[in-house]
Design a protein around this ligand. Sequence first.
Ligand code: ADP
Ligand code: MG
Length: 701
Amino acid sequence: MSETDGIAALFDPDAVAVVGATDREGSVGRAILENLAGFDGTVVPVNPSRETVLGRRCFPDLASAPAVDLAVVAVPPDAVVPAVDAAGAAGVQAVVVITAGFSETGGEGADRERRLRETAATHGITLVGPNSLGVMSTRSGLNATFGPGDPLPGDIAFMSQSGAFVTAVLDWAEGEGVGFRDVVSLGNKALVDETDLVRAWGADPSVSVVIGYLEAIEDGRAFLEAARAVTPETPVVLVKSGRTDAGARAASSHTGAIAGSERAYEAGLEQAGVLRAGSVEALFDYARALSGQPLPDGDAVGVVTNAGGPGVMATDAVGDADLELASFGPGTRDRLESVLPETANTHNPVDVIGDADVGRYRAALDAVLGDPGVGSAVVIAAPTAIVDYAELGQAVAAVQAAHGKPVVAAMMGGARVEPAVEVLREAGIPNYFDPARAVASLDAARRHRERAARPVDPPTSHDVDRARAAEILERVQDRPGNRLGVEAMELLEAYGIDTPAGEVVDSPGAARAVAERLGGDVVMKVVSPEVVHKSDIGGVRVGVATADVADAYEDLVARVRAYQPDATVLGVQVQERLDLSDATETIVGVTRDPGFGPLVLFGLGGVFVEVLEDTSVRVAPVGERGAREMVEGVRAAPLLRGARGREPADLEAVVEAITRISQLAMDLPAVLELDVNPLVAGPDGVTAVDLRLTVDPSQTG
Ligand code: ADP
Ligand code: MG
């Protein structure tokens, strides 16, 4: 049985069984049965201790009941797995488990959920839940939930990890006239999860927008793959709660400390083309614009308003977004002049003035949308006694339809403007009380258009010495904390990243010999797995003259001893000193997220990286375009491009280094965390000066 069949059975079944049907007042089994009253197909109650339930014939089990393609299970926790097993035996394709008492309770419940998953998987059942409010679809009037009412029909598909959220949103949406295609309360996601639904809804032309409220995406990488395939066609908007990284981890690298799970979500969702909404309100604001209106062709927004203040608010919101206020061509200005009174403003925002009637609004909007430079428009109306609001709604809808450009409305008011809001809704034009929300929704449409049009960014395949790199990682076997430092610099060489000449030595005499060979002043660094940030304990000396090298050696070792008497001292690295006067210290790092896998970080580096917090993060693999965007994405990018008379850094070399480190992260799962800090970016290339990594010894070799 294919996944598609299971999903079809979930949303558009011919017959639905309610396992645990009962007419007991206040029970979940009864509520589900009552909600199924409007279902177009057959409803089959199942309960061994009843002959009839709510006037319908009741069957003792699925084996003796007529065939169904969807079963809703609301029986006590211990009876759930047998019920799903019976459903599988009876050929039921999709099951929704309402019953709670599974992994959310831990211990025994978690074990029960494991058995549930296995049973469903064995039968090839598409299973939603457990601990789900249920599933609704307006395809066939299906309301297989114990929620309070039916959704209005529409083309928005909605999934939620919180059942309470489903009921609250549906209740609100009805009042707003927002309709749905399918609604899924995900529950514990034992089997069906956000990835399955995004894939299914993305393949369904009757769904215009996928929206979701999620608390976690366990398999971030699978979700990213699925969403990336879908978002060029179907917008996906998510509210992801739990945005603060409460569990600030005791990371042993800068990258690990900076790129926590929130950065991983941010990066992963962005790369997947998913729009993130900051609030539930924004989720539906965006969904309404995306479902009802075409995507804007350009970033320039025209504003038509009958009041100054709201026009200014819209202008500010355009500035806050990545949109621009359209400047009209002379033809548009002439047209506006001919239809507006002399005192009216023919510049954007176009103020049709408080005494405007519907005709003036219509003419102004027509002129604005007719301007070839205008990509979209916002129509704002504060209530006046002159405007007939139903007529205004009709006029806006007609002009929008004639031009085919997206229009959003801010009818600012309540009962008086309601007739306009209703007409606009019918036409798919969303209305927002606040002009700023209207503009933010246009901006969401712009973001979606941009992401949908983004070309694929193939991963690089530089010629590297992977075998040599794997060998170097094996050295970690006897190191405390599974850490490697500058003694493993060859790892970077194996991946084609330049490092300064240098050597790790274990005596003052050997240090001096290396310094003599290198010539000139050198840099000396302690090499000890226990010393994570060498400068913090005075463990880095820059510019040591040959004559002072032996003393410096003793001093550096003494510093480690003072810091931690039993620390392992592997020696001291004597390194060629680089001229940093024209260079910028950057950081390139790797960390692993449990859900999204390897992440790559780029930013302004050096010893203050965590203070500066100027970094960009991406899920690996990072292709060339992604790496370039990472570089452009940091605030300090102008520094690298050569601000204030500095020589510009070799940006292509920086981009290449990022893709090489990305490739290293993909190739070598043993690398858990890695910092190249600094990667010195100069006018003629980049050099990795420092390295720190944490290795999983079980994955080396
Ligand atoms: P840590 O990060 O453990 O303190 P680093 O090796 O990164 O140690 O050195 C700290 C700082 O010293 C670097 O950020 C850089 O400014 C400077 N430095 C390190 N190595 C060199 C070098 N070879 N040439 C010039 N400056 C260096
Ligand atoms: Mg460093």
